[in-house]
Structure formats: structure tokens, C-alpha cells
Design a protein around this ligand. Sequence first.
Ligand code: SAM
Ligand code: SF4
Length: 470
Amino acid sequence: MSMDNKDSSDFIKDREIEEILSANRRAEPERVREILAKALELKGIAMDEAAALMMVSDPDLLKEMFEAASKVKDAIYGRRMVIFAPLYISNLCGNECLYCAFRARNKEVKRRALTQEEIARETEILINRGHKRILLVAGEAYPSQEGFQYVLDSVKTIYSVKSGPGEIRRVNANVAPLTEYEFKRLKETGIGTYQLFQETYHRDTYHKVHVAGKKIDYGWRVTAFDRAMRSGIDDCGIGVLFGLFNWNYELLAMLQHIRHLEEVFGVGPHTISVPRIEPAVGSNLAEHPPAAVSDIDFRKIVAILRLTVPYTGIIMSTRETANLRRELFALGVSQISGGSRTNPGGYSEAGLQEDTEAQFSLGDQRSLDEVIRDVARLGYVPSFCTGCYRLGRTGKDFMDLAKPGEIRHHCDPNAFSTFQEYLSDYASPETKTLGEELINSVMPRLEPEIRDMTKRMVDEVRAGKRDVYC
Ligand code: SAM
Ligand code: SF4
């Protein structure tokens, strides 16, 4: 008998959120500065302190808050920026999420589930561009013959493809909530992070925007990570779809979710995603989000998360425009997607069917090479690292290394070696020159012990060795 019924969504406490918001309505400069000083100790801040930061609007104080977030980002992540690509395997869906183009009743989208051969072709293209990390994405309906096995087979297919000197070394998955049994099977495929966004933690809003299909069950979704953790998937990625409900509420509810996972499993999420609603074919709601988040508030969200949960990766998709991405890197974003398509088959058939099969419009249409060049020009080292997951440093083991800052001994060398691998095997001449200059200028500034290791690994890659990690 499954234990799946024992979960309840009680850990999202509306009353507590209301009380915190009303007790922290004013952002006194003195208190804000105290909170920022505390955050600079890299141990995070409490929920009521995060709430006080949400209220900051004075430009000078806001500037101080952004500077503090940048310092925390820099202290923990240095100049690294992890790069991944989403791979949409299917847009079949039985749910009616009013903001999404894949919703079941949307007749404007042509339905398609890629075959395993098509998935292999998409994977090959991503490998040949230089990707090492894929996020598999699917709607919540699988081809009838295969059922959930379709997802498992797809992960295996992606891992099986080899092309030239490359392969995909880590597959993360963003698929609908599973039972414990299904999570166990997903884990067996060698999945990295299991990612799932609650969309909105606000129950009434949740029910207004999810009107049919399995996804109407708020509790089943919000307890998905409990089942994942019990099934051995300790690397989880949470998120909110910003624009559905007041972002202050959403941030505090997400912090309650994190607190719950830490209390019950001893480890919080590995990553937080911060998507904002983008226009989607056949969705009025996506055209006019009920609680649209402005660019300035979006910067605040990223900065507050960075100050509150300093060791949790923040993921931004390609959905944000190139200009805003630049600023958000400095404030706290640590992972981005590059050269993405959101329609199944979108890499093999670039330019075709994007209007009729894609999930949402992209704010950033650049190729991976352009994204990498841009990231490098801004002084960040693009990282294709998959070391932790392959060496079993996940969940609590990862956090035990991350919190005292020791993870840098792995992350920095791995970022440089995988970036060098990209430059040697895939970059355009312009990107290669720029990237190698960056490596040569940033490497000497690393702490001596880390620098020596990094140099050794980069030299090995330059001499022809591949997949060098520690
Ligand atoms: N079907 C699964 C689910 O809903 O959890 C997983 C895949 S779904 C395509 C992945 C995410 O896309 C959703 O969780 C939602 O946050 C996001 N999404 C849907 N419509 C969007 C839109 N118009 N703009 C931005 N993100 C959107
Ligand atoms: Fe389906 Fe996910 Fe889109 Fe909802 S968000 S319609 S579940 S693909």
C-alpha cells in the first residue's frame, strides 16, 4: 500500500504569512541595514526579515540591498554561471492551466510527442552545440501505449546518445508530480534534479487558474517533493510562476515550503526557479497576468532569495531578455538556459512550428554560442559542470559541503575545465578567443589551493583530455 496519502499541505500557513506581512509593513532604514549586515554573514535571514526587505522602495536603500545580494552571490558562486538546455519531449497535456499553451482545450496548439528517435536527434543537436546538461520537460499526458514509461525511456535515450567528443552528463526533469513508486523508477534512470513549480502557493488562486485535469489537486502537487525525497531523490528544484498572485505572499510561502523540507528531510531544495508568465498561444491569462511582476520587483525577488537562502541555486530561463539577465546575474542568478526552444522538436526543426507548438514566446532568441560569449564578456565563467551529481554529492551531502563554503574547491575547477572543454570543442573563433582570455585573467585570482587544481585540470583539457572533473 502506498504511503502517498499521508501528506498534507498544512505547512503552507496562510495565517502566518498574513501576520508576517502585516508586522513588517515598514522598512525602517536602520533595521534594513541590520538585516543586510546579517545576510552578509552568509547564513541566511529569517522569514520576517525577508518580508521587511520586500518593503524597501527608497532608491538608496534598494541600492544597498542589491549591493549586499551581489556580495553574497560573489562570495558563494564567484564568477561561475551554470548553463543548461531544456528539451521539450511532448506537448500532450490533460490539464487546463489557464496560462499555458499546452493546456488540454487549446485548439491552437498542434500536439506532438517526440519518438525516441526524435529525442535522440534533438539530443545530438544539443550535444553538438556543446551542451552537457539537459532539462527534460513534458506536459502531463503520455502517449497511451507507453504511459509513464515514456518519460523513463526518454531519459535513457538522452543518456545513450554520443556524438563527436560529447555526451549529455546530467538530465534533470520537469514533469508532473509522481507517486513514490514512479519517483523510484525515475531515480533509477540516473536523473539529476527533479524540478517542479507550485505555480502559486495561494490556494484560491491555484484553483482559479487550474480548472481541469489532475493538476487541480493543490495538495498532491505541493507534497510532490516529500514523495520524491522519500523515494531517494534528494535533489529537488522548486519554483513559483510569478504573475499569478502577489509576489510577497509567494516568496514567504516558498520559504515555508523550504522550511518544511529542511525540517522533515534535513535538506532544502537544491535550486529555486523564478519564471515569470510569458505570452502563450491561446492564453488570455498569459497575455494579461493578474499579478504581473515589474522588472524592479523581479530584481528584488532575486536579491531577497539570494540573501535569504544563500546556498540554493537560482535558475532563470531564457524567458527573460538579455538585458535583464545581465543585471540578475549580479544579484543572484546562478544557472541559466541558453539557446532554448520550447516546442517539441524545436532544435531539429528550428523556425518551424514555433508559433503553433511552443509553450510560450521566448524573450531571448540567441544561440548558445552568443549566450556564452555574452556571459563571458560580462566576466562570468560559463560552467557545464556535472561533477557533484556524478560523484554522489547531492541532497544533504551537497549542503554539508556548500554551507561552510567548501564546495568551491570543486565548483571552481569544474567550471573552468568544462568551459575550456566547450571552448576547445564547440565555440566559434570569436568566443574561443574571448573565453580563453577570460580563463587566463580570472584563474590567477582564485585562492591558491583552488587555483592550482583548476590550472591542472584546464591544462589537461587543453592537452586533449575530456570529462575532467573533481
Ligand atoms: N506539465 C508539467 C507541470 O505543469 O508541472 C511540467 C512541464 S510545464 C511545461 C513546466 C512549467 O512551465 C510549468 O510549471 C509552468 O510554471 C511553466 N509555464 C507554463 N506556462 C507558462 C507561461 N505562459 N510562461 C512562463 N512559464 C510557463
Ligand atoms: Fe500542462 Fe504543465 Fe502546461 Fe499545465 S503547465 S497545461 S500541466 S504542460
